[in-house]
Ligand binder design. Structure first.
Ligand SMILES: C[S@@+](CC[C@H](N)C(=O)[O-])C[C@H]1O[C@@H](n2cnc3c(N)ncnc32)[C@H](O)[C@@H]1O
Length: 305
């Protein structure tokens, strides 16, 4: 009793599956949605937040976020250019990490002052060391922001809600951060699709890991549903689809796998041999030894006011 069965290649999907079928993906999605509704926040403590941030704040995790920032700069810049209000005194970036999105928000919005809110002290230190004039950082759990955070007419958040265990609750808690007439811009992953077996399998495992902590890997497809439970009106809602080079995605995932492989749930649930194989195959895609078609990324975008 007690220990869940290990996820093995043979028992779950044969050798690495080539692609999730639509019905399996839908079933998985429903299961994850149910988990999100029934689980309570506060599963485990990490940094200052009650939510478990699975991807860490080590040097490796920070390097991954720098790569992530380059890979997703274009869609975030487009969203900000289109929807950020003008003449801003203040903008906020929620879940700022080491500050890449905060600097982007500041540059594109031309706010006089931009504050990045982040739970990790390590990321805050890094972010402060590279902050241009006008950019500041505060250590905050954005799912329960303190009264010290001023309200702003632009609040931006990318890849944060996927790491919280009660997204609807978080959206409600954020409401006071939005000044009258202001806009909340959200971007979250809605799908990651690859025919490459290692990439496809990676997405399954990371989805399972996040689900264990009550989180949704593909929360980008549910943003509007969560927002309905909070007092906002929808200005814009879409799912953008584009391709990312498999090499870039494999590099992101390799750093991530090397971080989360020591997670207690991953260690007791995933087959260690499979994780080693997966690491080797992702590394082969990164080095170019193994060819892979680009990954199709679907990015959920929601603008609320
Ligand atoms: C995937 S990173 C995204 C960083 C940045 N927004 C970007 O897109 O490059 C998520 C960040 O959110 C932070 N985070 C997670 N939960 C948080 C919370 N409740 N309050 C503040 N920050 C949080 C993590 O520490 C991490 O730095």
């Amino acid at each position: 009793m007690g220990r869940p069965a290990r996820t093995t290649r043979a028992s779950r999907s044969g050798k690495f599956p080539s692609r999730l079928t639509a019905s399996r993906e839908a079933a998985k999605f429903r299961a994850l949605a149910t988990l999100l509704v029934v689980r309570q926040p506060g599963v485990r403590r990490n940094v200052t937040t009650q939510n478990h941030y699975t991807f860490g704040d080590s040097e490796r995790a920070a390097r991954r976020l720098a790569l992530l920032a380059r890979a997703y700069e274009a869609p975030s810049r487009r969203l900000l250019e289109r929807f950020a209000p003008t003449g801003l005194e203040l903008a906020l970036d929620l879940g700022a990490g080491p500050g890449h999105t905060t600097r982007l928000v500041h540059e594109v919005s031309r706010a006089r002052r931009t504050i990045g809110l982040e739970a990790s002290e390590r990321y805050i230190e890094q972010a402060r060391s590279t902050a241009p004039p006008g950019v500041e950082f505060m250590r905050e759990d954005v799912t329960a922001p303190s009264a010290a955070v001023p309200a702003a007419r632009l609040v931006f958040s990318r890849f944060l809600l996927t790491h919280v265990s009660d997204a609807a609750g978080a959206l409600r808690a954020l409401r006071p951060l939005l000044a009258k007439g202001g806009r909340l811009l959200l971007q979250e992953t809605a799908a990651l699709e690859s025919r490459h077996p290692a990439l496809a399998r990676y997405y399954e495992l990371v989805g399972e890991l996040q689900a264990h902590y009550g989180q949704l890997l593909y929360i980008g497809r549910m943003l509007e549903r969560f927002a309905e439970q909070a007092p906002y009106s929808v200005v814009h809602s879409t799912i953008e689809r584009f391709e990312q080079p498999a090499r870039t995605m494999a590099e992101l995932h390799l750093d991530n796998l090397r971080t989360w492989r020591t997670d207690p749930f991953a260690q007791r649930t995933f087959d260690p041999t499979e994780v080693v194989d997966l690491e080797a195959r992702l590394a082969a895609v990164v080095s170019g030894a193994e060819r892979a078609e680009p990954v199709t990324v679907a990015l959920g975008e929601l603008v609320l006011q």
